[in-house]
Design a protein around this ligand. Structure first.
Ligand SMILES: Cc1cc2nc3c(=O)[nH]c(=O)nc-3n(C[C@H](O)[C@H](O)[C@H](O)COP(=O)(O)OP(=O)(O)OC[C@H]3O[C@@H](n4cnc5c(N)ncnc54)[C@H](O)[C@@H]3O)c2cc1C
Length: 446
């Protein structure tokens, strides 16, 4: 295999960039050849935020051409497909037949391989758990060239370690997934405006019986208004409860978006003033939703504008997402929000929710509060996130590795003390360290 195509790659945050050799396999043999040579990582649609799917001066295999559906059991809703299939492709084919993916993150442009490697979660984590819960089994190409099946009963250690394993244990080739039966592609939702953090936490409890729940928090609110925002909750809408106009086409698909940010906006576009206006607009839109809303707007509002990440300009941005236990969580949230307000690092989007029980080894979620904050990359940002890391760690929390751009190994190891268990599995299946990536090197996982 000759490697001539060198590409500058980044994650969704356009930070950091790194130059890797890319290949686009269409057959298993191409993956096998590439893996044989070592220093290799698979990549899906590049929706991780930072260096999860980049591999400086080494090889990145882009999985999106391995996107065939292999078998469909229409009775049980069980789909076998290649790992380069995206949630969007699954939705497009199966939603009109009355099935949706069980777990949907904030964008439908993620592949099944990427969803497994980051063990992604959605707005119903407290009910459905993370992506592992919809995967019955997968096949994976190992460092020794073998392809094996992993499930809860076969190579169970490999199965579990891949959820949150950042692609560092092999190339996931195919997966067998449980989809969810739906009567309609609509959701019945309710929005609750809250004035501050106390009200937000009270509202989360009050509306905990809803399956889906997520809050937007005004990133610039301070003092008595700290934590101000809108909590949106909802459930899948049944056919009977849809208004007559929507009952005509209850399994309506999303329309392809035509809007996009065509180029990187200049860095000065996002400043305190524009972020304040944008937050007002978001607050207004969140607080005035229709009762019945299509999955596209319910799950994937950000997909409405392609390349919205360019809005942060060429400097890029990070998404800092942490989870902390509920006990003592309120004070920690307050401390972090106050630190942000004083920091001079203008946060843009703050997304808040309560998570349910965790699972896996390096999988991110556990029961508690999670907050995701977008920060444009600025000179003082790393020093600031290091301060936040300490607060998160002291509260018993950790960062989402699928989004992290800045963690240092010592902090990572304290946040994920179970990393030694994961490394033992890595050693068993990849003793020569053939699977490497930029985050793998940064966190000393490869
Ligand atoms: C707008 C937006 C909203 C988001 N919302 C959420 C959310 O609500 N919840 C959540 O959990 N995440 C969320 N994410 C993050 C996203 O779901 C994850 O980063 C997901 O893993 C991206 O999938 P991908 O196909 O783009 O993978 P990539 O980003 O390309 O890769 C991610 C990881 O998967 C590995 N990988 C990819 N394919 C394979 C394969 N075939 N075999 C082995 N390893 C592989 C890569 O090596 C890498 O480590 C969001 C991202 C964006 C941009």
């Amino acid at each position: 295999m000759s490697l001539t195509q060198q590409e500058t790659l980044a994650g969704w945050g356009n930070y950091p960039f790194s130059s890797s050799y890319t290949i686009h396999p269409t057959e298993v043999q191409e993956w096998q050849q590439a893996v044989q040579q070592g220093n290799f990582i698979a990549r899906g649609l590049g929706r991780s935020y930072a260096d999860q799917a980049t591999n400086k001066n080494h090889v990145v295999g882009i999985a999106t051409k391995m996107n065939r559906f292999l078998h469909w059991d229409a009775q049980q809703g069980i789909l076998q497909c290649e790992a380069g299939v995206s949630l969007e492709e699954i939705i497009t084919v199966f939603a009109p037949q009355g099935w949706l993916p069980m777990i949907c993150p904030g964008t439908k442009f993620v592949t099944i391989g990427g969803a497994i490697a980051n063990d992604i979660h959605g707005k119903a984590h407290h009910v459905d758990g993370s992506f592992m819960n919809c995967v019955l089994s997968f096949t994976i190409l190992l460092a020794n060239g073998e392809i094996v099946t992993a499930s809860r009963t076969e190579n169970a250690d490999l199965f579990i370690a891949n959820f949150g394993g950042l692609g560092l244990l092999g190339v996931i080739l195919t997966a067998t997934l449980q989809l969810r039966k739906i009567e309609t592609t609509y959701f019945r939702q309710q929005s609750v405006k809250v004035k501050n953090l106390d009200e937000m936490l009270a509202a989360l409890e009050k509306y905990a019986h809803y399956n889906y729940s997520v809050a937007w928090i005004d990133s610039l609110a301070k003092g008595d208004q700290l934590g101000r925002g809108v909590l949106t909750v909802g459930n899948a809408a049944s056919l009977a409860e849809l208004p007559p106009a929507l009952q005509q086409k209850p399994l309506q698909l999303h329309k392809k978006s035509v809007l996009q940010v065509p180029f990187f906006l200049p860095g000065f576009v996002l400043n305190n003033f524009t972020v304040r206006i944008l937050n007002k607009v978001i607050g207004f839109v969140q607080n005035s939703p229709k009762e019945f809303i299509h999955y596209e707007k319910f799950f994937f509002p950000l997909d409405a504008i392609h390349h919205w990440n360019r809005g942060y300009g060429k400097r890029g941005f990070i998404q800092y997402q942490f989870v902390i236990p509920e006990a003592g969580g309120e004070q920690t949230l307050r401390t972090i929000m106050e630190m942000i307000a004083k920091s001079g690092c203008t946060p843009f989007l703050n997304v808040f929710k309560k998570m349910g029980q965790g699972q896996g080894i390096l999988s991110f979620p556990f029961a508690g509060y999670t907050l995701a904050i977008d920060f444009p990359v600025t000179k003082g940002l790393k020093a600031f996130t290091e301060k936040l890391d300490k607060v998160v760690l002291d509260a018993g929390g950790r960062l989402y590795l699928g989004k992290d751009a800045m963690l240092e190994p010592a902090m990572f190891q304290q946040m994920y003390p179970q990393f030694t268990e994961w490394l033992a599995i890595k050693q068993k299946y990849d003793p020569e360290n053939k699977f490497t990536s930029d985050i793998g090197r940064r966190l000393q996982l490869s």
